[in-house]
Design a protein around this ligand. Structure first.
Ligand code: TYM
Length: 336
């Protein structure tokens, strides 16, 4: 009998346009790992509403994100790709887990602190309990592995703590998930301020490479990237954060090691190196953009896979949710 595959779970928020950080930190690893695992990938639209969204744009963004997962190479017949808001189990388990999570734990979350500073006029309770919904996402599917960028590691830690606490009370209900971050690309930094991570919501458009940026725009953004006054392509995060970030990006896109890159550009100025990084990233993204444009035209296909995968996700998640409710002592539902 074939051995059962372990379970992989991950997702992205359906807000803003995805960046090279999302791709190198997460999506690329999903693709590399997806044959080995049984995979669930969520379009995290419930997380997105912790920040106000324009309904029309939001609906389109969520569908685009779904199509982008597929365009990037995730086969929706083999991977369960679905919308978080289509599977009510997420909201239900999230409420339950809220009652097993301490305020002190949530108070320590750096993302909450960052987001509340950024959206001072809308510090809502959803922003605060965001990590609990994320824990529910992961635990519902009994995930073994969760590939994410470094900025999500704290959320993975709290997920493990909540799961261990729950299991400690009720027995082995949840699998304790492991985080997975790639060796390179787990924290892609801003091109304009290499002390900050590259982010969808950066106000400076030159700070981020968006996955749908045209090749020429990509090359221009790399040409303008902030570096230093030396002219030596050398990896030194403390003293040369800009160049080190570009080296990470080049390494992640070409597969070359940092030593190989230093050798390749020894004696060259930054201009040549920045040009090579721009070309490599543009070459990486062009096929993705073409496939995405094709898929967007095929509404029928997208609708069909959405329907099939929503059902699959619902079925898988309900299995855990039923067990949780029974363990807690909720009365059984009797329907005629
Ligand atoms: P989100 O939507 O902010 O980001 C999606 C993924 O991209 C990674 N990432 C980066 N990696 C490297 N460098 C960067 N500059 C960079 N920017 C973003 C993130 O680490 C993430 O892996 N809370 C999550 C979404 C989520 C989720 C989940 C993830 C909700 N439920 C369950 C995993 C499992 C988020 O906001 O990711």
């Amino acid at each position: 009998m074939a051995e059962e595959k372990k379970i992989l779970y991950s997702g992205m928020q359906a807000t803003g346009s995805l960046t090279l950080g999302n791709y190198l930190g997460a999506l690329r690893n999903w693709i590399n790992l997806n044959e080995e695992y049984e995979c669930f990938f969520g379009v995290m639209d419930m997380h997105s509403i912790t920040v106000r969204q324009n309904p029309t744009e939001f609906r389109q963004r969520a569908r685009d994100l779904f199509a982008l997962y597929v365009a990037a190479g995730l086969d929706p017949e083999k991977n369960c790709i679905y919308f978080q808001s289509h599977v009510s189990s997420h909201a239900e388990l999230s409420w339950i887990l809220n009652c097993y999570t301490y305020m002190g734990e949530l108070n320590r979350m750096t993302q909450f602190k960052d987001k509340s500073a950024k959206h001072a006029d809308n510090i809502n309770a959803g922003l605060y309990t965001y990590p609990v919904l994320m824990a529910a996402d992961i635990l519902l599917y009994q995930a073994d592995l969760v590939p994410v960028g470094k900025d999500q590691l704290q959320h993975l830690e709290i997920t493990r703590d909540i799961a261990q606490r729950f299991n400690g009370i009720y027995g082995d209900v949840f699998t304790i998930p492991e985080a997975y971050t790639g060796k390179i690309g787990a924290r892609v930094m801003s091109l304009q301020d290499p002390a900050r991570k590259m982010s969808k919501s950066d106000e400076n458009p030159n700070a981020s490479i968006f996955l749908m940026d045209d090749g020429n725009v990509i090359r221009k953004k790399f040409k303008r990237a902030v570096t230093d006054s030396e002219a030596e392509v050398r990896y030194d995060v403390a003293n040369k954060p800009g160049i080190s970030n570009l080296m990470d990006i080049y390494s992640a896109t070409t597969g070359k090691t940092l030593e190989e890159i230093e050798r390749e550009f020894a004696g060259c100025g930054y201009g040549d190196f920045k040009g090579a990084v721009g070309d490599a990233v543009a070459d990486l993204l062009t096929p993705l953009q073409e496939r995405f444009a094709e898929l967007k035209k095929d509404k029928e296909y997208i609708d069909r896979v959405i329907r099939a995968n929503d059902e699959k996700a619902f079925y898988a998640s309900q299995k855990t949710l039923r067990k949780v409710k029974k363990k807690i002592g909720f009365t059984e539902i009797i329907r005629c």
